[in-house]
Design a protein around this ligand. Structure first.
Ligand code: EPU
Length: 240
């Protein structure tokens, strides 16, 4: 039976007919542990990145300020190498603990994870924990950096609406959002799904939206951008 692990569900689109298999969430206490030794922390795969990065930054622990406001679990963030212009989770990961579908456990050092732009080589290995290397800094500085990054995200992205984050990866050297915007697609609607007017790489959903609405809009955007710019956009979100 196919098995999928759902992190915070922030970068996933599930088709309207559902997923025929087992969906696991790592929300038991053991997957939410945080064990500190000096500036190193061992965190469970189910730890919420958004609250963890906030509490570290509030307490003068530096390294996660660039990930301010990213909705994810630690496991999901590592699996996708979550991040943005101000940093990626790979910058602070020293080791990752995974479970294979066979049930065996393995610890990988960061070089074995194959971190790249919004991807890793982990495939169907399940991230159950990680060791992060952070560092002490002046709490005023970490709070300020966190607030700046969070504020920038709030100003430029539709954080108050329902979305799955950026839909497409940026093509090398270009911005998917800018291409979609320049193609005149902001505000384009398919059923209950709409290209955000704030940031064109986000599709926002109203309460009537179905997955097929979002998928039709994804196809429309991809076709239009390919026609105008000759660039084929690839999805960043996972479609189940
Ligand atoms: N732009 C437009 N119109 C738009 C959106 C963007 O012209 O509708 C322009 C901006 O003005 C800017 C450029 O495109 O000159 C890049 O935009 P932005 O700074 O918003 O960054 P991005 O490349 O679109 C990336 C990540 C985001 C991350 C931000 C900030 C990708 C696909 N997206 O966006 O990640 O939050 O940087 O660090 O890599 C995500 O992965 O889900 C995500 C939201």
């Amino acid at each position: 039976m196919p098995v999928k692990v759902l992190g915070a569900g922030a970068n996933v689109l599930i088709r309207d007919d559902g997923f025929d298999g087992v969906v696991v969430r790592l929300d038991q206490p053991g997957f939410r542990r945080e064990t500190w030794s000096g500036d190193e922390v061992e965190v469970g795969g189910g730890v919420n990145l958004m609250s963890f990065s906030k509490s570290c930054s509030e307490n003068g622990i530096s390294g996660l300020e660039g990930l301010a406001g990213i909705p994810a679990t630690i496991g999901g963030a590592i699996r996708m190498n979550a991040g943005g212009h101000n940093g990626e989770i790979k910058d602070v990961v020293s080791e990752v603990e995974v479970v294979h579908t066979s049930g065996s456990r393995e610890r990988l050092n960061r070089d074995q994870v194959g971190f790249d732009y919004r991807r890793t080589d982990l495939k169907d290995r399940i991230v159950v924990g990680a060791r992060l290397s952070l560092r002490r800094d002046d709490p005023q500085k970490t709070r300020l950096r966190y607030a700046e990054n969070f504020g920038q995200k709030r100003r430029t992205q539709p954080m108050a609406e329902r979305s799955a984050g950026c839909v497409f990866k940026n093509p090398p050297g270009r911005s998917a959002g800018a291409l979609i915007d320049q193609a005149g697609l902001k505000g384009t609607v398919c059923g209950g799904a709409r290209v955000s007017a704030r940031h064109a790489n986000f599709i926002v959903a109203d309460s009537t939206a179905t997955s097929s609405d979002v998928l039709r809009l994804i196809d429309l955007i991809r076709d239009r951008v390919a026609l105008i710019f000759g660039t084929v956009l690839r999805t960043e979100i996972e479609i189940w």
